[in-house]
Design a protein around this ligand. Structure first.
Ligand code: GLC
Ligand code: CA
Length: 560
């Protein structure tokens, strides 16, 4: 008997709206300046009201927190700052009662150097079972072709350990030794940790940093067949014992390599569309649809049970690793004038500041996020247009406390402001007095209301999560126009035409919609009928940065 999850449709993730948050950043219930599970539980109504259907929690496990919890020292417990295992279970149950799914992190490429496995490995004799949990070498000349990811802080993927008298391998910070996936005992431990959470009822797992599991000399040590074999083992274990779960891959790679993380539908159900993300920003700044249509043309088809995960921003820098050198230079100049806005190979800013706090640009990009093929993932705070603090270290500037109201500490915590895990954003534009949930709830024209309406609208049309995509090719390249189409069970079609103006000026466009001649477009936000489509070109004019979603309805049967 497979253990059920909270969702009943095995393809639930295709219709999901995912909301990414860090427990410590959301709401503090006990006044210690750190968000926690009881705090999050108390804010579930807010998330339900927003309309999101799946909550993705950043790592909340015991950890020295030198990489915000991606440095795990115990896979099967909760960091005491965030509460207890029972607090987690109460949160999980409460989310399920609201028909929300919960996704957690499975960070298996590496552990913290404070994990008991690593502490034991360092003192264990070379070749022993304890030592072999990690990747050791007597030389740092092995695997020379693997790039360095955290270029700001690391000079090598090897670090010398005085106690072990050997180098250990790490793709990220030197305090995050990589586990040794050539050792079957490692895979057994990973499966054990995974089962612990799936047995509890967790619906989904994000596989962090998954391309780097196995290393082989003479290769980039990324995307290796041996790594894919590990992923298939994980997936098979899930399929054998659990129903309706989701595995999401974090693989920041080129489109052709990213595709392999779906396997033949036997690896990950969902994979982040890393290649698309920076090109959305590029298209906007260049006022040209080409970066988007180009990357979508290079995006391979995926198995039926699979889905892309779409995002505009997340808890990391906006990564520019998977663009050409020219594109990277362009992005840096366009989106990070101040060098403090950069970290590693990317830009550490939130959505609103990236878009100069321009409401129309924010809406435009969200309209793409919500209408492109895949499942949209929102980053906490972006629904109210929160800002960032580029003067904080690493990626902390985009991980500041959620701004709930204009009370002390933005309503996030009752603590002494000096005690907060990170300071609240306080500048005059994005500060909590100006940008907060309470104010936006009472303002019908706020970004929060707009986002909520858009989410509700999207949920009415399954075509967005499940339909096909085809681009139109109008002469005006400042216009991005595409059709989404889904054949329903009864043979009828759900068809939506999306038209987006990437320009800061009004634009005309003439669309060839002859294939849909006779259909009647209805603007979906206002339910406004538009002129019937004919064999002739369909001419529209769009205000700066505006977009239209038109449902193409079959010709109406007029009553006699
Ligand atoms: C992933 C996470 C990132 C973390 C890294 C190392 O890329 O998204 O936040 O620092 O893995 O664990
Ligand atoms: Ca707390």
């Amino acid at each position: 008997m497979k253990k059920p999850a909270s969702a009943t449709d095995p393809l639930w993730y295709k219709d999901a709206i995912i909301y990414e948050l860090h427990v410590r950043a959301f709401a503090d219930s006990n006044g210690d300046g750190i968000g926690d599970f009881p705090g999050l539980l108390a804010r579930l109504d807010y998330l339900q009201d927003l309309g999101v259907t799946c909550i993705w929690l950043l790592p909340f496990f015991p950890s020295p927190l030198r990489d915000d919890g991606y440095d795990i020292s115990n896979y099967v417990d909760v960091h005491p700052s965030y509460g207890t295992l029972n607090d987690f279970k109460s949160f999980l149950d409460a989310a399920h009662q609201r028909n929300m799914q919960v996704m957690i992190e499975l960070v298996i490429n590496h552990t913290s150097d404070q994990h008991p496995w690593f502490k034991a490995a360092r003192v264990a004799p070379p070749g022993s079972a304890a030592r072999e949990m990690y990747v050791w070498s007597t030389t740092d000349q092995l695997y020379k072709d693997a790039r360095i990811i955290f270029t700001d802080s690391e000079k090598s993927n090897w670090t010398w350990d005085e106690t072990a008298k050997a180098y250990y391998w790490h793709r990220f910070f030197s305090h995050q030794p990589d586990l040794n996936f050539d050792n079957p005992a490692v895979i057994e431990e990973v499966l054990k940790a995974m089962r612990f959470w799936l047995d509890m009822g967790v619906d989904a797992l994000r596989l962090d940093a998954i391309p780097y599991l196995v290393e082989r000399d003479g290769t980039s040590c990324e995307n290796l067949p041996e790594t894919h074999a590990v992923i298939r083992t994980i997936r098979a274990a899930i399929d054998a014992d659990y129903a309706n779960r989701l595995v999401l891959a974090e693989a920041n790679q080129w489109p052709a390599d990213v595709r392999h993380y779906f396997g033949d539908g036997d690896e990950c159900h969902m994979v982040f569309h890393f290649p698309l993300m920076p090109r959305i920003y590029m298209a906007l700044r260049q006022e040209d649809r080409l970066p988007i249509t180009d990357i979508m043309a290079q995006t391979p088809a995926i198995p039926d049970n699979c889905q892309w995960g779409l995002f505009l921003r997340n808890h990391d820098e906006l990564t520019l690793e998977m663009v050409t050198a020219d594109e990277r230079d362009y992005m840096y100049i366009a989106y990070s004038t101040n060098p403090r806005m950069r970290v590693n190979v990317g830009i550490r800013r939130r959505l609103a500041p990236l878009l100069d706090n321009n409401r129309r640009r924010i809406e435009l990009l969200n309209s793409l996020l919500l209408s492109f093929p895949g499942t949209p993932i929102l980053y906490y705070g972006d629904e109210i247009g929160m800002g960032d603090n580029i003067f904080l270290g690493d990626r902390n500037g985009i991980r500041t406390p959620m701004q709930w109201n204009s009370d002390r500490n933005a309503g996030f915590s009752k603590c002494d402001p000096a005690q907060l895990y990170l300071p609240i954003v306080m500048d005059p534009i994005y500060g909590y007095q100006a940008i907060n949930v309470e104010a936006q709830l009472s303002d019908q024209s706020s970004l929060l209301h707009w986002t909520r309406n858009m989410i509700a609208l999207r949920k009415l049309f399954q075509v967005f999560g499940r339909g096909t995509l085809s681009f139109l090719n109008p002469a005006n390249r400042k216009i991005l126009a595409y059709l989404r189409d889904l054949k329903r069970g009864d043979g009828s079609h759900e068809t939506v035409l999306c038209v987006a103006n990437l320009s800061r000026f009004a634009q005309p466009v003439s669309l060839d919609l002859a294939d849909h001649s006779g259909t009647e477009p209805v603007e979906m936000l206002g339910y406004v009928p538009f002129p019937t489509i004919t064999e002739a070109s369909y001419v529209l004019s769009l205000a700066p940065y505006s977009f239209l979603w038109l449902e193409l309805q079959p010709p109406s049967v007029k009553p006699a």
